[in-house]
Design a protein around this ligand. Structure first.
Ligand SMILES: NC(=O)c1ccc[n+]([C@@H]2O[C@H](COP(=O)([O-])OP(=O)(O)OC[C@H]3O[C@@H](n4cnc5c(N)ncnc54)[C@H](O)[C@@H]3O)[C@@H](O)[C@H]2O)c1
Ligand SMILES: N[C@H](CO)Cc1c[nH]c[nH+]1
Ligand SMILES: [Zn+2]
Length: 422
């Protein structure tokens, strides 16, 4: 990795910028795909699958039989692993369900919120370069806990583990569709694919751009979750081989993934670089990881305070703190999708099985967005109840405010009740 020593703060924005993609150019490719699906429905989907996935789709949906048979194609080791991951992710996300709390804001005025699962949701499971069946658990489990009635899944992969996981999380319909066309199908609906209200899931630049475009047409999306990335902040208590392995674990997602290493120790950065090249050579996905490492940086900073500022400016999707007192350091982090503490918390554990969600904001969106959780799958409806005592208490306040806004009908809705009580 290219080591950059003591960059001036004014250089940080340029240094930390993600690889630039010409969003206009991608939009020009994605817009015709969306329009084709809108106009031609299933037939358009078949043609786009021929063009981009080199697949002849006679049946768009996976059959019940294919879903049932998926289990028999997996060995016990993988099924046990999926089952353990399911349990951990379920346990962590279940704790996010909060009991309804009724709040009396003033005597006789009670307000509360209820959570309702979004009725129809779509989950996109990437499958271009790797069949990410773990993403089925990450999206399907919170959807299940939120009580979503219809969960539509689209993926360009036919890996049996995707179908097995889909069954575990209660997906209602699954389709062999990938890319922007899958997003369009769920956004507009076709003869076969149901239209949904909100679309979730990570994906490549076509998928992410399609999500952004359909969101302008009233379809909700989770967040822009693009190429995976990780930042590692390490000091001399970290193990160079562990850090190198963590960097490579995200670099192998794709050539557009970005990894960043920050340290106050020049010696440490050099040691990571040494072990990085030997570990890289052993990877089956060497070429993808090598390109990603090529675009990435190791930054030497003067002080721990500077490291924290830099990491907050970068707003990584994943942040590994391999430093002394990592938990105390994490208190100072205000921008990150998910944080991993100490030498024995590799990011891979969060990607698969520790319990937290791996669908996280990339590209600096962690400054404003959170990762997926049960909350992402629910709407919160507020409810209020005002008693006779309550209207007497709150009425004058509302009357005064409505009068000042020149909204007489608002004022009268209160007045008429107060007068009825005289
Ligand atoms: N941020 C997160 O939470 C998170 C989680 C998991 C994965 N990811 C990211 O998801 C991405 C997965 O990407 P992927 O490509 O492997 O799978 P993908 O499923 O997102 O995309 C594959 C689809 O892209 C379409 N496509 C391919 N070339 C095209 C072209 N030239 N024009 C139009 N469409 C085209 C095809 O239809 C194909 O089915 C990776 O970048 C990974 O880093 C992110
Ligand atoms: N690191 C990816 C984005 O968080 C998720 C993933 C799935 N499989 C392996 N990794
Ligand atoms: Zn990963």
């Amino acid at each position: 990795m290219n080591i950059i020593a003591f960059p001036n703060r004014t250089l940080w924005p340029a240094l930390l910028a993600r690889p630039v993609q010409d969003s206009n150019e991608i939009e020009q490719k994605v817009l015709p795909i969306l329009n084709q699906v809108k106009k031609q429905g299933d037939e358009g989907l078949r043609e786009l699958a021929r063009k981009f996935d080199k697949t002849e789709l006679t049946e768009l949906a996976f059959s019940d039989e294919e879903i049932q048979n998926a289990e028999s194609q997996l060995d016990d080791e993988l099924k046990n692993a999926i089952s353990q991951a399911y349990q951990n992710i379920y346990t962590f996300h279940k704790a996010q369900l909060q009991p309804v709390e009724k709040i009396e804001t003033m005597p006789g005025v009670t307000c509360w919120r209820k959570s309702v699962g979004i009725e129809k949701v779509g989950i996109y499971i990437p499958g271009g370069t790797a069949p990410l069946f773990s993403t089925v658990l990450m999206l399907g489990i919170p959807a299940q806990l939120a009580g979503c009635k219809e969960v539509v899944l689209c993926t360009p992969s036919n890996h049996p583990a995707i179908l097995y996981a889909a069954k575990l999380v209660g997906v209602t319909k699954a389709f062999r569709l990938g890319g922007a066309q899958a997003i369009a199908a769920m956004a507009y609906g076709t003869e076969s694919v149901p239209k949904v209200y909100k679309i979730f899931g990570p994906g490549n630049q076509y998928v992410t751009t399609a999500k952004m475009l359909v969101s302008k047409e009233g379809i909700a999306i989770d967040m822009p979750a693009g190429p995976s990335e990780v930042a590692v902040y390490a000091d001399d208590t970290a193990v160079p081989a562990f850090v190198a392995a963590d960097l490579l674990s995200q670099a192998e997602h794709g050539a557009d993934s970005q990894v960043l290493l920050v340290s106050t120790s020049k010696k440490f950065l050099a040691s990571v670089n040494l072990t990085l090249s030997s570990q890289l050579d052993k990877l089956p996905r060497r070429d993808l990881a090598a390109q990603s490492i090529e675009n990435s940086k190791a930054i030497l900073v003067e002080t721990p305070e500077e490291a924290i500022d830099l990491l907050n400016e970068y707003a990584a999707e994943h942040l590994i703190l391999s430093v002394e007192n990592a938990e105390a350091v994490s208190e100072k982090i205000i921008n990150a999708g998910s944080i991993f503490l100490g030498n024995y918390t590799p990011e891979s554990c969060g990607d698969y099985a520790s319990g937290t969600n791996h669908t996280l904001p990339t590209n600096g969106y962690a400054r404003a967005y959170s990762g997926v959780s049960v909350d992402s799958f629910v709407k919160k409806i507020t409810i209020q109840n005002i008693t006779v005592e309550g209207i007497k208490n709150i009425g004058p306040t509302v009357e005064a405010m409505a009068a000042a806004e020149s909204l007489d009908a608002h004022k009268r809705a209160v007045r008429i009740r107060l007068q009825s009580l005289l």
